[in-house]
Ligand binder design. Structure first.
Ligand SMILES: NC(=O)C1=CN([C@@H]2O[C@H](COP(=O)(O)OP(=O)(O)OC[C@H]3O[C@@H](n4cnc5c(N)ncnc54)[C@H](OP(=O)(O)O)[C@@H]3O)[C@@H](O)[C@H]2O)[C@@H](O)CC1
Ligand SMILES: Nc1ncnc2c1ncn2[C@@H]1O[C@H](COP(=O)(O)OP(=O)(O)O)[C@@H](O)[C@H]1O
Ligand SMILES: [K+]
Length: 485
């Protein structure tokens, strides 16, 4: 698992380690890793023009010490001091290595920057955001915002130190102006903003520098290929089609017959031995035409997937009966309407997109999109249900308080029917015996991996995603476990 910790957890671990190490060791570890990452990002160091945006805290200290190391290797490093306070020892080190401070005079330009600063930024090969790190409040002060805007106007890439300044580190929210980085270099562990959108998008790729922190149980995890390999229900020698799991699928309607076909494709490409389709005859015919393997009509199942494309055909009473049974149930799309907050739903998985979750919670869609983690968590708690909130980063929250996110999907996956594939696949994983949290995490990971194969950088259809699921699964199960993962 890739782990993300809260600011408090990081601060505690940092204090424990600092007490055992000579002063300044951690910052030097961070700055060394940062300097290497900036060099790799640039592809060269000698002669590179590097502008450091420096705030008042240790985040600025990291940037200044990294600037010192780059200057010693021949980079032209200029610091822009955005606050009256700054890490003095780090600035002295930069100056001693040949770095400079820009805009120290009183005159300002039209953008509100000290004169000369805008020109330095415009000519830079890279801007380093050392404005604020985990001690920052959301938003940027005027001068920092102006500097960031100049970099954007001149298409100068920004490498963020620890986090893109201005984002909300512990929630992944971006309520105010913030840096959008081409790369974020973080230390010790991932923070929540690295994994949860909209802030995760503002990070760009995230590079983790190990500084030796001893960390507690993570607030959030992101499942990796080795985890999927460990969890995937691979059939054994003695397995048969029933013991591998049978999924009951209640999906599709005269209005949306395709959803049943697509969800079945997702389910059959999962680990189960059989799909029982339950729905109108005309839809069952369409499903059978595409998938002669299915069995139409009710029978014994190990889990249900209900809702994709049901539209107005949703039989609320019937779905609520299923919720009272022992078998796990996945509720997608209109099926989610059957959920109420009175029962025990810890074997239920719901797979809403932001609009469907907003409808369940009776709030605006934009509010869910802006606060994805918060709304996934509160739904899990209020409805005692596991929630898989779809979108650019998928957030999965369990009633136990555990949260996982999936960040490996391509944006080409945002296409009609892709959610039906996911519902079928996650239903299949439930029927094969995974608990809702694992079924959702493995399903989201494989769905995204299949989408990446189907897309290869271009458009895709939902059926192509389903068609790539066996390849994605095969590739992943065959991968050797890298040491240390
Ligand atoms: N933890 C670790 O393991 C390690 C941590 N390390 C590094 O330390 C960083 C944390 O450093 P930190 O605690 O000094 O806080 P940091 O984020 O630099 O600055 C906070 C100050 O900025 C200000 N300020 C706040 N909001 C603002 C805003 N919106 N806009 C402008 N200013 C704002 C506010 O000051 P004030 O405004 O009150 O004067 C506040 O005090 C961490 O991210 C990592 O880079 C590594 O060196 C080694 C290992
Ligand atoms: N920007 C994005 N980047 C990556 N994946 C996305 C993005 N937007 C949506 N997705 C994924 O695409 C799928 C779309 O599902 P959904 O909205 O339910 O579509 P439908 O209802 O038409 O099947 C989900 O798996 C979701 O997580
Ligand atoms: K920063």
């Amino acid at each position: 698992m890739r782990r993300a910790h809260t600011v408090d957890q990081v601060r505690t671990a940092e204090a424990d380690l600092m007490a055992r190490l000579p002063e300044g060791t951690l910052m030097q570890r961070a700055a060394t890793g940062l300097a290497v990452a900036i060099s790799n990002f640039l592809g060269h160091t000698y002669g590179a023009r590097v502008v450091l945006l420096i705030g008042s805290g240790d985040n600025g200290g990291d940037a200044l010490y990294a600037g010192e190391k780059l200057a010693r290797r021949g980079a032209q490093v200029t610091a822009v001091l955005l606050s009256e306070h700054y890490h003095q020892a780090a600035l002295a080190a930069l100056l001693a290595a040949g770095g400079r401070v820009a805009g120290s005079g009183a005159a300002t330009d039209a953008a509100g920057l000290a004169s000369g600063v805008a020109g330095e930024i415009a000519r830079a090969d890279v801007v380093v955001d050392g404005i604020v790190g985990i001690g920052g409040r959301p938003g940027l002060r005027a001068e920092a915002a102006a500097a960031v805007r100049v970099a954007g106007e001149h298409r100068v890439p920004i490498v963020a130190v620890d986090v893109p300044s201005g984002v909300d580190v512990d929630s992944g929210e971006t309520p105010e102006e913030h840096v959008s980085a081409a790369l974020t270099v973080t230390f010790g562990t991932h923070k929540i903003c690295h994994l949860v959108d909209p802030a995760a998008t503002a990070c760009g790729p995230v590079h983790l520098v190990d500084i030796g922190l001893d960390l507690p149980h993570a607030a959030i995890e992101s499942i990796q290929s080795a985890d999927v390999r460990a969890l995937y229900p691979v059939p054994r020698g003695e397995s048969d089609k029933y013991s591998r799991g049978v999924l009951g699928l209640m999906a599709g309607s005269a209005q949306y017959p395709g959803a049943a076909v697509i969800a079945t494709s997702g389910a059959l490409a999962g680990p189960i031995g059989m799909v029982r389709y339950v729905g109108p005859d005309s839809v069952a015919e369409a499903v059978r035409a595409a998938h002669p393997e299915i069995v139409a009509g009710e029978g014994r199942v190990q889990a249900w997937a209900v809702g994709s494309g049901l539209g107005d055909d949703l039989d609320l009473a019937k779905v609520r009966e299923l919720l009272d049974e022992e078998e796990p149930v996945l509720l997608d799309a209109d099926g989610i309407k059957a959920l109420d907050d009175s029962g025990d739903h810890d074997s239920v998985l719901i797979t809403p997109h932001a609009g469907e979750l907003a409808r369940l919670l009776e709030v605006d869609r934009a509010v869910v999109e802006a606060q994805r983690l918060k709304h996934a968590r509160l739904t899990a708690e209020r409805f005692d249900v596991t929630v898989l909130l779809k979108g650019s980063t998928t957030v999965i929250a369990a009633p136990s308080g555990e949260v996982r996110v999936n960040t490996n999907a391509t944006a080409w996956l945002a296409t009609a029917g892709a959610g039906d594939v996911l519902a079928g696949l996650c239903g299949s994983l439930l029927a094969a015996g995974l608990n809702p949290l694992d079924a959702a995490s493995v399903g989201a990971y494989l769905h995204a991996a299949a989408a990446n194969l189907a897309s290869a950088g271009g458009p895709l259809t939902a059926m192509q995603v389903a068609a790539k699921l066996p390849d994605a699964t095969r590739g992943l199960l065959a991968e050797p476990d890298p040491a240390g993962e």
